[in-house]
Design a protein. Structure first.
Ligand code: G1P
Ligand code: ZN
Length: 543
């Protein structure tokens, strides 16, 4: 075996975003493309000689090939050990858990999250640092700069490693340890949640279904829900990870988890339905004929956290992304703890968690998590709900309604216009920006506009400033309209329109959200020229 230095050249657009580098598989399959990026990562993260790297992915097409390449490159670059998930599998939260537990230098997670997989679909790669969280912007910027000047990469000539059996082997002086992808993660869940109480709930007629969407959480869900917690066999549906996710879109929302949603809105619906995305960091929670918005979910978990062993000592604070509804703010206020409003994207929570300022955090985009890892965590959220329901012994719907009675209801919805022409999307944002100039003080949808801005955030820990995080129209009664362009899509632009209003009166909390928000929705469409400028009359996804 020998280390080879291969000449390469910079590729355009290898700029890792908030969720790493995401491109079509064909882009990653270009000669030297993956190697170029991986070497740029290795050249930008400091001295890792002899250290441990964690490696795994969501099992999508190209995962296995990429793992073999990265193993050879890690060996050639001087890592001491790589912990790789069996079959190349590690969910994003499990990777974060493994990095932290084993004191790894960092990890490479292969995933394009909720984007479809397969030869003509997406692949992605992201670097997480030793705290288990996504690399901070300074690191991703350094990686990007390196991709633009790189001229060679190092790789070992060696046959493929068998990643389908646990055990250790050597690769040019580096240890490759194939680990059970579930074990460390399941052990952490046992520390946080009351497994006995959940077992008791599931063993006494409570009906539960989990949709793994043929993505990475299948093996985790079967082990934890069925084997360890005694949920009935088969309660995990679409459990087998497939390279193309069975042709589906592995995003747990009302549109893409259609089968689960139909089952949960049936008259014989189970008591709890849940789903997770491609790489296992998102979650969707449904009760029988009842959808829990992720924003409400965060607020409800926060309000009930002390009933769960891992949070019995209380929460230090809560953080939510700006477009997430303000439901959590009311809980934080009642608990007398701070609530932070951050830009979209999980990385902003990391600093707050590392500094011990927040325990729980969440985003409206089906992401919820806590300081047990440094990523959002789909299965953790489902276990949290199971644990709370095991203690409260009531239906999901009555738990949520009781929460609304106490704290008020934040009607909330997000309308996504996907695959829009980029120029049209920019025109929509420009139109909103223009309207923002004269809106304050005037009335829109029968409400007075208090202020308008483009959300900016100063990180309270490191002082860094993030601007242009979303155009907001804020009303005096607490309602909001927000526009942003997605930063995670790979084709065209996605316009996200977020709507929120607050209803303290329990007798008016039972409306359908679209109905309750109809006035705001119409006003938002009107002010932005959305339909006229994009030629679209309907959103692609309504949540
Ligand atoms: C989307 C979500 C955001 C989440 C990100 C990564 O980003 O809106 O909350 O953090 O995916 O999962 P966006 O496409 O809106 O930029
Ligand atoms: Zn994800």
């Amino acid at each position: 075996m020998a280390i080879r230095t291969v000449s390469t050249r910079p590729f355009d657009g290898q700029r890792p975003g908030t969720s790493g580098l995401r491109k079509k598989v064909a882009v990653f399959q270009q000669e030297h493309y993956l190697e170029n990026f991986v070497q740029s990562v290795f050249d930008s993260i400091g001295d890792f000689k002899g250290e441990t790297l964690v490696l795994g992915g969501d099992g999508r097409y190209f995962n296995r090939q990429a793992i073999q390449t990265i193993l050879r490159m890690a060996a050639a670059n001087g890592f001491g050990r790589v912990l790789v998930g069996r079959h190349g599998i590690l969910s994003t939260p499990a990777a974060s858990c493994v990095i932290r537990k084993h004191g790894a230098f960092g990890g490479l997670i292969l995933s394009a999250s909720h984007n479809p997989g397969g030869p003509s679909q997406d692949f992605g790669i992201k670097y997480n640092t030793g705290n288990g969280g996504p690399a901070p912007e300074a690191v991703t910027e350094a990686i990007y700069r390196r991709t633009q000047s790189i001229d060679c990469y190092r790789i070992v000539d060696a046959p493929d490693i068998d990643i389908d059996r646990t055990g250790t082997c050597a690769l040019e002086g580096m240890a490759v340890e194939v680990i059970d992808p579930v074990a460390d993660y399941a052990a952490l869940m046992q520390e946080i949640f009351d497994f006995d109480a959940i077992r008791d709930l599931l063993g006494n007629g409570f009906r539960f279904v989990f949709d793994a969407m043929h993505a990475v959480t299948g093996p985790y869900a079967v082990e934890i829900f069925e084997r360890q917690l005694g949920a009935s066999e088969g309660c995990v549906i679409r459990a087998e990870p497939l390279e193309d996710f069975g042709g589906g879109h592995p995003d747990p929302n009302l549109t893409y988890a259609k089968e689960l949603v139909e089952r949960m809105f049936d008259e014989h619906a189970p008591d709890l339905g849940a789903a997770s995305d491609g790489d296992g960091d998102r979650n969707m929670i449904l009760g029988a004929r009842f959808f829990v918005t992720p924003s409400d979910s965060l607020a409800i978990l926060a309000a009930n956290a002390q009933r769960v062993p891992g949070y019995a000592g209380g929460l230090s604070g809560i953080a939510r992304s700006m477009p997430t509804s303000q439901a959590a703010d009311r809980v934080a206020e009642a608990l007398g703890i701070p609530c932070y409003e951050t830009p979209t994207g999980w990385k902003f929570f990391g600093n707050l968690m590392d500094a011990g300022r927040v325990t729980l955090c969440g985003e409206e985009s089906f992401g919820t998590g806590s300081d047990h890892v440094r990523e959002k965590d789909g299965l953790w959220a489902v276990l949290f709900w199971l644990n709370v329901l095991a203690v409260r012994r009531m239906s999901v719907a009555s738990l949520v309604r009781g929460h609304w009675r106490r704290f008020g209801r934040n009607y909330y919805s997000r309308h996504d216009y996907e695959g829009v022409d980029m120029t049209a999307a920019e025109a929509v944002m420009a139109r909103v920006r223009k309207a923002q100039e004269h809106l304050p003080g005037s009335k829109l949808a029968g409400r007075v506009v208090r202020a308008c801005d483009d959300f900016a955030y100063t990180d309270p820990i490191d002082g860094s400033v993030s601007r242009h995080q979303g155009l907001r129209i804020l009303f005096e009664d607490g309602s909001r309209i927000v526009f942003r362009l997605s930063g995670t899509g790979t084709s065209g632009a996605t316009i996200r329109m977020y709507l929120e209003s607050y209803e303290p009166d329990p007798s008016r909390q039972g409306l359908d959200a679209q109905q309750a928000l109809a006035g705001l929705i119409a006003a938002a469409v009107d002010v932005s020229g959305l339909h006229e400028l994009t030629g679209r009359q309907q959103p692609t996804v309504i949540t």
